[in-house]
Every structure is written in C-alpha cells, then in structure tokens.
Design a protein. Structure first.
Lengths: 196, 196
DNA sequence: GACTACCTGCCTACTAGAAGGTAGACACCC
DNA sequence: GGGTGTCTACCTTCTAGTAGGCAGGTAGTC
C-alpha cells in the first residue's frame, strides 16, 4: 500500500505481454528481468514459482474483467450497444497493437499442457466471460434490444467463439482489420429488424 | 520410398500430437524420443533442427489439407453439405479426442514468437483454408445452395472464425459438445430459406 | 535518543536439470 | 564402398529455483 510504482505489478504486466505473444512456455524469468530491469532472483522474491506468477496473473485478469463488465453494464444499458463496445475494445487493442491478443485465448489453447493450477484459472475466466455474455444477451432479448435466432446461452457461445476466432484470424493473416470484417456482420445479425 | 513404417513419419506424427496440446515451445526432442522409442540424436538425423521439423510438419499439414479439400469437392458437390462435412470432421476429432485441436490454430496464436520460417508456413495454411472456404461459399451462393448475408469472402472469414473459436471454447470448458452447439446454428444460418 | 530486532526488496553466486545440437562410431544394405 | 539409420557420449546454453548477504525502513524497548 506504500510503494507507488509497484514492482510486482510491473512483473505481472511484462509477463502478460510476453504470454500474449508466446504463451506459457514462450517466456522465462530472464525475459521478465530484462524488461523490468531487475534480477531473476528478485522476481522469485515476488512470485516464488512460475506457476504462482501466472496463476496470479490470470486471476487478476479475470477479476479486472469482472470489474470492467460490471462498470460497463451500468454505463451502457442497451445490450446491443454493450456487445458493440465489447467487440470494439478488442478491435482497438488489435488495431493499435497494444494488447493484440487475449492472454486467456493463448493459455486456453495450451490448456492440456498447462500446470493444473493455471489451467483452473483459465477455465474460470472462460466460464465467467461466457456466463456474462449469456446474461447480457438474455436481458437484451427480453428488452427487445437484440434479435436472436437461438437460445441466449447458445448465442453467447457463438458470439464468444466469433470474437476469439476473429482474434486468431487477425493474428494469423497479420491483418488487424480482419477482426472488424468478421465482427460487423455478426453484430448486424443481432440487431433487431425494426432498427436495422 | 523403401521403409514401410517410416521413422520420420512417426516423428512428425508424435510432434503433431505434442504441438496440438502445448504448442511450439511445449515439446522437446526428448519428448519425441520417448514416444517414438528412438534417441534424441537420431531425430536430428531426420530433422537437423526443430525449425526444420516443425516447418515440414506444417507444410505437410497444409498439403494434406489441400488434397482433402480437392477430394471433398469432388465427392460432395453441394456447398452446404460440404461445409457440414468440414465442420463434422472437427466435431468428430474433438469428440473422440483423436485430434482435438488444429495444429495451426495453436501455432497461429503463438505466431509472433515463432521462428519466421515456421510462421510463414502457418500463415500459408490460413491463407489456403480461408480462400478455399471463400471459393466453396461463392460457388454455393451462385448455385443457390447457400443463404448469404454478406460477401462470400466475408462469410468465409466468419465461418472460419466460428470453427476455430468453437474449437477453443470446447477445449477451454473441457466440453467437446460445445463445438456442435456453436456450429449447428452457424450452419442453419447458411441454409437456404426454401429448404429450411 | 539509542539500541535491538525484524521485515522488505534487491543483489551476487550458485545448482540441477533440460534444452537444442554435434562428433564420431557401428551396423546394415544395395 | 558409399549411403542410411541408429547409437553413445558430449557440448553449450538456457531453465526454474535456492542460499545467503546487504541496505534501508519500521517498531519496540530501555
């Protein structure tokens, strides 16, 4: 509560960036030490093991997501608008290359080879994000703000899959705009016919 | 051309399985040597470096995909049916856990940290699969076998993203049936209204 | 105020094991 | 005899992780 520019936060931030580009086995304590400007041993002081570090990282990632979701629901009452804001968040991240990939998308695909403690957190992230989207979509359907063709939870899974698939495509082709190309019609499909 | 049960094929097959679960940095020559029952040095005889091994692996993966796509187009003339067969191939792979993930999906998400030679092959795979899907969808639209709401190449990107996103979700929740849950409505949406 | 004790964050120096890779020998086969 | 496939033995570099020391700050006690 005293130190302003917290070292352990810097460690987590650089680990996040490194995972974002190469996954769990794609970075080492040496990589972090170079970025943060600290010795390897000092990282172990903050996070005794690599599992501790990544577990904490994913836990916070989920908690931050949960807080952002809550804030978003209060500031954006319209469900369709909310989904657009969510999609747009990723579009911006990918386009300006600031956070061009979701940490959990990468860890999720590596899931079978991840240490179980980390895998648990990653699964928890996906459960959160999918149930949040389902609740948003369910509410939107009740209010007539969304045009659904399936059950809300199915639409939520489809929407999530589209976002994460679009993220992969944007990366695989090295063409950030692909994300928008895929998301625009996906959002149009959810727009009520009256306002279309 | 002489050896029946080719050792280098066995090496490639086990590398494929290992990459499928943990990505490029998630396996080592020692892992392969255990599976194949051969010494590390013998693997270097077939594939001098790890880059050689994975480059060849992805190249063949793409070539096999191209051959399968060609064969599929001849045996399944209807575009919608073809997309169903393609989706069903992955559904089966995920459900019986034989090949529960696309090698290139994993390598694609790790793209920025991959050796450039490997990255090139992975990008080539995505370019192939997306242009193949676009051609199938374009043909289907011309023949009235598909119901499109966007340009064929946009529909192709959306379809591909859905497949790969659904793959990730199935893995992230450890629930194989999620793949089908997402793909069924996606395919229904492409079905012409007359036959719906 | 001074002494002691502890805590925090960082350091140097080190370890064991795993990583990718090499050198060279042996056996088999055309 | 030359090519192919395998082996043992080895190398270098990187990996996560440990041991122990030191500086600076804080808190308690006389």
């Amino acid at each position: 509560m005293s130190n302003f520019s917290n070292t352990s936060d810097e460690i987590l931030a650089s680990a996040r960036n490194l995972i974002m580009s190469g996954g769990y086995n794609g970075f080492s304590y040496a990589d972090i030490s170079e970025v943060v400007g600290i010795r390897k041993a000092s990282i172990h002081h903050h996070f005794p093991s690599k599992v501790d570090l990544v577990r904490e990282l994913v836990k916070r990632y989920r908690e931050d997501g949960q807080a952002a979701a809550k804030a978003l629901e209060q500031s954006v009452p319209d469900a369709l608008e909310l989904l657009k804001v969510y999609a747009n968040y990723w579009a911006k991240c990918i386009e300006d290359a600031s956070r061009p990939y979701c940490v959990c998308a990468l860890l999720g695909s590596e899931l079978p080879s991840l240490p179980p403690e980390v895998a648990k957190e990653v699964t928890a992230f996906f459960r959160f994000i999918s149930s949040w989207l389902a609740s948003v979509i369910e509410r939107g359907a009740r209010q007539g703000a969304l045009n659904l063709t399936s059950e809300p939870h199915v639409e939520a899974e489809a929407f999530l899959a589209t976002v994460y698939g679009a993220m992969l495509s944007a990366r695989a082709y090295a063409r950030p705009e692909v994300f928008g190309t895929i998301m625009t019609p996906a959002l149009a499909r959810l727009t009520p016919t009256a306002s279309r």
